[in-house]
Design a protein around this ligand. Structure first.
Ligand code: GLA
Ligand code: ZN
Length: 686
């Protein structure tokens, strides 16, 4: 069995849809020859192939997939086999309309082409299990089967009768009785107390006003229901192929805007506990107009790091484009060199694969202009094809890095649930919450200095990190407060900020200001949270410099903390803006104001120096050159990546070996625009 864990190669390949080309045998033949030319070793089959596998109910047609499995195996390749639930056959929607999703307005979807099934429908669950059982029975022992790819990009919600019933059951299980629910959601407000469970509906877009606690629980329910659907999918798979790893492709968010952050809609912190390997679909907007490519790279790095951190083990990039997507306003191609650079960045942050959507551009329909390895010209002389082939050849030279680990001393905490609650809350500045984006501002300081960072949920263990950055942790359980307290007590350094510790897990405000454990931990009391308009700013002083603030100013009182900075203007002039409290063997810092990155850089610089935070030992940091490291087999591998359009000179602090060229390097090296080099030196940590 060529199980992913035992294949020493980086996985290179991606979504392959021979089911679109069954009438074109000459194309299918070419595909295999082309794949070898492009150094492809892995294909994902079957993502949307249900109707090709079961064209009418109960009538199966596996010959074409058998042939593909054998052909891929014959070329020494791996198959990641997808379950087809992301796109169901027309006959299924026609015969069992309940499988189609119902939207928030109560309108029943029609067939809808993909990604719009109900997660509760018993018939859909049964049908999915049937086809998955067939696949597991037929291919479970095939030597090419490497991994299961369950469904595709789970997302969205359904409001049908089944889902409503499940929603009420979920609530009954959680709250036991209506009194508890009424209290948790504060339903006495506007006199809305429930007196019968049947009155409890899902959140509706028709009511202008929202019940915050309900919205929060609904999002939790949607995550749980999605996971439950997934768990139903994998029952036959676990039974018949217990040794084949299972994954599902996660997503990022903010496409076609300037944001690039992990998906907000599903709590991947929870979901990741049910997959063997984390995988995700990575589509940053490379070569855009609105930011330097280094900024795009920083955001992309952040999402990679978050998905690494879910399991702190290598993940997979399940999809990315070798060139362009089709769903931006303007779909620009990556500039020459950027494909290799951006793909190497995936590995640098812990991916063990570069897989594409898709192998061959489809001839018609919705995504015919989406980039692919093989374009409509059907030529291997195509620029994109050649870059993919060059990348594939380079991957073979660096395969010893596959499976290696990463070592980090800094953790940022991100909580999906707190993000939902904060976004929903009303009040303050609606466009300026920007919780994950603010975490990225903190992250940037470390990224620019090549200090690796994990992004953990508060549920994860952060006790071993030297520095924990947890700003804007709006919703905080007492358990998290105690965890943070004990972390600092034992010597940890904690950074938090305005918006932290305001509500409990059902979005009820803590009464009496900051909860007592946080008052003690930070040595402050939070008095007011002032919202600044778009063009309003305050100023704070810090180490004899002045810094501009924006968006939010917490007005605080010091109980027993040191004041490191004060506001310079407005009615709260002179009050503390940054504080520090030595606590146990560690210290906690509170940033009352939101600032720009210049302040964050100045603030963290001191801590970075004082703690001697681990960064690569090979060269001084340059802001547009990112160096990320992986460690394994007595070696530290460094990916040196030039995210700029200009040459960059780098002074090596110690001799290293270029892994691809097997060449010693010392002194100064020059990186061409977009160039990436992979070097290693003996590792100090193992
Ligand atoms: C997603 C889907 C793919 C395809 C790509 C296009 O990631 O999983 O099927 O639609 O987007 O970018
Ligand atoms: Zn439903």
């Amino acid at each position: 069995m060529t199980n992913y864990f035992f294949d020493q190669r980086f996985l290179h390949g991606g979504d392959y849809n021979p089911d679109q080309w069954l009438d074109y045998p000459e194309i299918l033949k070419k595909d295999l020859a082309y794949m070898q030319k492009a150094h492809i070793n892995t294909v994902t089959l079957g993502v949307f192939a249900w109707s090709a596998l079961e064209p009418t109910e109960g009538v199966y047609q596996f010959d074409w997939l058998d042939e593909q499995f054998d052909a891929i195996h014959a070329m020494g390749g791996n198959v990641i086999l997808a379950t087809p639930s992301g796109g169901r056959p027309q006959w299924l929607s026609q015969k069992y309309p309940e499988v189609n999703r119902t939207n928030a307005y109560g309108q029943k979807h029609t067939h809808g082409f993909r990604h719009n099934h109900c997660y509760s429908s018993p018939i859909y669950r049964e049908k999915v299990r049937q086809i998955n059982t067939k696949l597991a029975e037929r291919y479970g022992d095939h030597p090419a089967l490497t991994m299961w790819h369950i469904s595709n990009e789970y997302s969205g919600e359904c409001f049908c009768e089944y889902c409503q019933e499940n929603w009420r059951d979920w609530l009954k299980k959680k709250y036991k009785n209506l009194e508890a629910l009424n209290h948790a959601w504060w339903m006495s407000f506007w006199g809305n107390r429930y007196s019968d469970w049947e009155q409890v509906l899902p959140p509706s877009p028709l009511g202008e006003h929202k019940v915050h606690g309900m919205d929060l629980d609904w999002k939790r329910f949607v995550t749980d229901q999605t996971i439950d659907f997934y768990l139903n999918e994998i029952v036959p798979i676990r039974e018949r192929t217990p040794d084949i790893p299972v994954t599902t492709n996660f997503m990022a968010e903010g496409h076609a805007t300037q944001d690039f952050i992990p998906l907000e809609g599903i709590d991947y912190g929870k979901f990741s506990q049910h997959v063997d390997v984390v995988s995700w679909d990575s589509y940053p907007d490379w070569n855009n107009r609105f930011e330097a490519i280094a900024t795009t790279a920083m955001k992309s790095a952040y999402v990679h790091d978050q998905y690494w951190s879910l399991k702190k083990q290598p993940f997979l990039v399940m999809e990315c484009t070798p060139s362009y997507v089709n769903w931006h306003q303007y779909n620009k191609s990556k500039r020459p060199g950027v494909h290799i650079l951006s793909s190497m960045q995936q590995l640098a942050h812990g991916s063990d694969s570069t897989l594409y959507f898709q192998w061959r551009q489809s001839r018609g329909n919705s995504e015919k202009f989406h980039g692919a390895v093989v374009s409509h010209d059907d030529s291997t002389n195509n620029r994109v094809f050649k870059e993919v082939a060059e990348y594939g050849a380079r991957l073979e030279k660096i395969s010893e890095i596959k499976g290696t680990t990463r070592k980090k001393e800094v953790a940022i905490l991100f909580d999906w649930e707190s993000n939902w609650a904060l976004k929903r809350g009303g009040g303050f500045g609606r466009p300026t919450r920007r919780y994950p984006q603010t975490l990225q501002d903190h992250y940037q300081v470390f990224w620019e200095q090549d200090i690796p960072v994990d992004i953990l949920t508060p549920e994860q263990d952060f006790s071993d990190y030297r520095l924990v950055i947890a700003p804007m942790l709006y919703m905080m359980t007492e358990k998290t407060m105690l965890k943070l307290t004990s972390y600092v007590e034992k010597g940890g350094i904690l950074i938090s900020s305005y918006f932290t510790g305001m509500v409990n897990e059902t979005d009820l405000l803590y009464i009496g200001g900051l909860p007592q454990p946080l008052k003690e931990l930070f040595g402050i009391e939070a008095l007011e949270l002032e919202t600044l308009l778009e063009d309003e700013h305050n100023q704070i002083d810090f180490q004899d410099q002045q810094f501009v603030t924006k968006d939010y100013s917490a007005i605080i009182d010091v109980l027993d903390a040191e004041v490191l900075s004060r506001y310079q203007t407005d009615f709260y002039q002179g009050t503390p803006a940054v504080t520090k409290k030595p606590f146990g063997a560690g210290s906690s810092y509170y940033l009352a104001a939101r600032t720009n990155s210049d302040f964050l850089a100045a603030f963290y610089q001191k801590l970075i120096e004082k703690l001697g935070l681990r960064r690569t030992a090979i060269a001084e940091a340059l802001p547009e050159v990112s160096i990320q490291t992986r460690i394994g087999g007595q070696r530290e591998y460094a990916f040196i990546m030039n995210f700029s359009e200009k040459e960059q000179q780098l002074v090596l602090k110690q001799p290293v070996t270029d892994l691809e060229k097997n060449q010693q390097l010392a002194g100064e090296i020059t990186l061409a625009p977009y160039e990436v080099r992979i070097v290693y030196h003996p590792s100090e940590v193992h």
